[in-house]
Unconditional design. Structure first.
Length: 106
């Protein structure tokens, strides 16, 4: 007899952020337990027309300084819904592609 235990790894992504330089929710990134997630291979953010507006590769979770600040080529983007796609690598070597939306609020 054996018990089957499923690993549940909490990865948190905000549903909205407000890059207004108040020090609160100014960037969008992925948050996770560092003991469970080895790295994020990529985080890509697309506008409503499917154009890539941000990409960051090979970074650890929870790094606000490597997240998206709501700009594209140095210009502030208008508020709206953006789609993000990320590949997460867990400490056991397993990879998972995640996708969702994030609301940019100004």
């Amino acid at each position: 007899m054996y018990d089957r235990v499923e690993k549940k790894v909490a990865i948190y992504t905000p549903t909205a952020f407000s890059p207004n330089n108040d020090g609160i929710n100014d960037t969008f990134t992925l948050f996770a337990k560092e003991s469970a997630v080895a790295q994020i291979n990529y985080l890509r953010i697309f506008n409503r027309w499917g154009n890539l507006v941000f990409e960051q590769n090979y970074f650890a979770p929870n790094q606000l300084d490597l997240g998206w600040d709501g700009t594209f080529k140095g210009e502030h983007l208008n508020p709206g819904l953006f789609v993000w796609v990320a590949e997460v690598v867990y400490v056991d070597g397993r990879r998972q592609v995640l996708e969702d939306g994030v609301q940019l609020v100004r």
